[in-house]
Ligand binder design. Structure first.
Ligand SMILES: NC(=O)c1ccc[n+]([C@@H]2O[C@H](COP(=O)([O-])OP(=O)(O)OC[C@H]3O[C@@H](n4cnc5c(N)ncnc54)[C@H](O)[C@@H]3O)[C@@H](O)[C@H]2O)c1
Length: 452
């Protein structure tokens, strides 16, 4: 459980049931306590109280028609959390579990993550409880158009710039962008993750996963070690998981698992580039389930997910490096103990907040290399920032140029976290380092700009 004592009381009283949001707030606040103690100005200016209250939340009806002609209604959201250092920036999530708590946690994470990227980006997040699984392309298009028919009035290249998240990939960004362009009669960088032929950036689809692996390599380098030959467990099978696997394969690591919400596959021979191509076709084009992997590669084993929220069988496998790339709270306390007993060396979070507070504490107590998502997966939003820059100067950079900028940004985030952790008396604690560096940057900007 999260420690509520660090959270402003008003927040708990106002939103007692927003568990994911309270968890994300507690995660940051427990790290920044020494900063607040050393710099009373932050308390005097009510920085924490302002940070935990979104600048704005928009909730709206999304009516759409299915292929049978039946009208359906979903709920759409955009949480505009903090714009002190730049326009709101963060993903859109399409998943039945989406609610205000999940989007507030994602938006809150983005405030600090985006500050770490060194780019001028504020924090936001949005989405809907729409289930894209099993829908036809035409239904997805109609839904996206209806969603944008309301969202368009709240976003803009200098106001709020959404991007993809769970359930929102290249196809959905295309439909959303098309509707925005029609409604505004304007071709602008209002969404990132666009197609390459219409304003997208090379490496953007891969950026969160590539950046996560670059971060892991940086952490290992502090122990004179590399990813070459390391056994890895990866969860998820979507955008972040696929790119993480691609970079791990390039760096000579051996990947043993992938998953989706129905279960996971374990391939003792390792998931190589050819098998990864199969997964990409399966997930991005055929939109099938990961269980179909074992039909193609019968030596692999498929295990269905259990209803038990506290233990995920995927994390019982033995490996040296762990890359959770599916969803929040997918590694709990019991999972963390299984991994420790199997001598895991490194946990690098590709997904947003995939470890519970208890799991994080166990990894840090045991001295593992543990990278929190707001540092490790910041590559996605960083390259989104680079996409915006290319849009505004109307140029496209080569893939090598974007990739080399991504590597520089990930190294800078890594070094910033290490140095902040050291300065505040928690050497090698990347969680404390990431939270403090992100907090100080945003808090100072808020104080400079007055009470608004
Ligand atoms: N897309 C980005 O640029 C980006 C950037 C940074 C972080 N992230 C984070 O990475 C994670 C994955 O996002 P993505 O863009 O790869 O999404 P995606 O929709 O492409 O893939 C998500 C994957 O997670 C699986 N999944 C979803 N819910 C699950 C559940 N409850 N249990 C098990 N598996 C589940 C899905 O089956 C899918 O394979 C999210 O936490 C997201 O916030 C995404």
């Amino acid at each position: 459980m999260s420690d509520m004592s660090d959270i402003p009381q008003n927040t708990v009283v106002r939103d007692p049931n927003e568990n994911e949001f309270l968890q994300a707030v507690s995660d940051v606040m427990s790290s920044v306590r020494p900063v607040l103690d050393q710099t009373p100005e932050y308390r005097h200016h009510g920085v924490v109280e302002r940070l935990v209250e979104p600048e704005r939340i928009i909730t709206f009806r999304v009516p759409w028609m299915d292929d049978m002609g039946q009208v359906k209604v979903n709920r759409g959201f955009r949480v505009e959390m903090n714009s002190a250092i730049g326009p709101y920036k963060g993903g859109l999530r399409f998943h039945p579990s989406v609610n205000q708590s999940i989007l507030k946690f994602l938006a809150f994470e983005h405030v600090f993550k985006n500050a770490l990227t060194t780019l001028p980006l504020g924090g936001g997040a949005g989405g809907t409880d729409f289930e894209p699984k099993g829908k036809s392309d035409a239904e997805i298009m109609r839904f996206c158009q209806s969603f944008m028919a309301e969202l368009f009035r709240h976003i803009g290249a200098s106001t709020d710039v959404p991007e993809g998240d769970i359930g929102v990939g290249a196809r959905e960004i295309g439909y959303l962008f098309g509707m925005y362009r029609k409604l505004n009669n304007q071709f602008s960088g209002v969404l990132t993750g666009k197609g390459l032929g219409w304003g997208g950036s090379l490496i953007r689809p891969e950026a969160a996963g590539f950046g996560c692996v670059y971060f892991a390599a940086q952490m290992l380098a502090t122990r004179n070690d590399t990813l070459k030959g390391k056994t890895c467990l990866v969860s998820g099978a979507g955008n972040v998981a696929q790119a993480t696997c691609r970079k791990l394969i390039e760096m000579g690591a051996k990947i043993l698992t992938l998953s989706d919400s129905s279960g996971h596959i374990f391939d003792e021979q390792g998931i190589d580039a050819q098998k990864l191509d199969f997964v990409k076709r399966l997930k991005n084009i055929r939109r099938g389930r990961i269980s179909e992997y074992v039909d193609e590669y019968p030596d692999a084993v498929y295990t269905p997910a259990t209803p038990d929220q506290d233990e995920n069988p995927l994390w019982r496998h033995r490996a040296q490096c762990i890359f959770p790339c599916a969803t929040q709270n997918e590694i709990g306390k019991q999972d963390a103990y299984h991994l420790i007993n199997n001598n895991v060396k490194l946990v690098c979070e590709g997904a947003s907040m995939p470890c519970t507070t208890e799991a994080q504490e166990i990894f840090i107590d045991k001295g593992l290399l543990y990278a929190p998502s707001k540092a490790a997966n910041a590559g996605g939003v960083a390259v989104s920032g680079l996409e915006l820059t290319q849009n505004s100067i109307r140029l496209s950079w080569l893939g090598e140029e974007v990739d080399s900028r991504l590597k520089i940004i990930m190294k800078s985030i890594h070094d910033t976290c290490l140095s902040a952790a050291e300065t505040y008396g928690h050497p090698r604690n990347y969680l404390v380092g990431a939270n403090i560096s992100g907090f100080v940057k945003v808090a100072d900007a808020m104080i400079d700009q007055g009470v608004i």
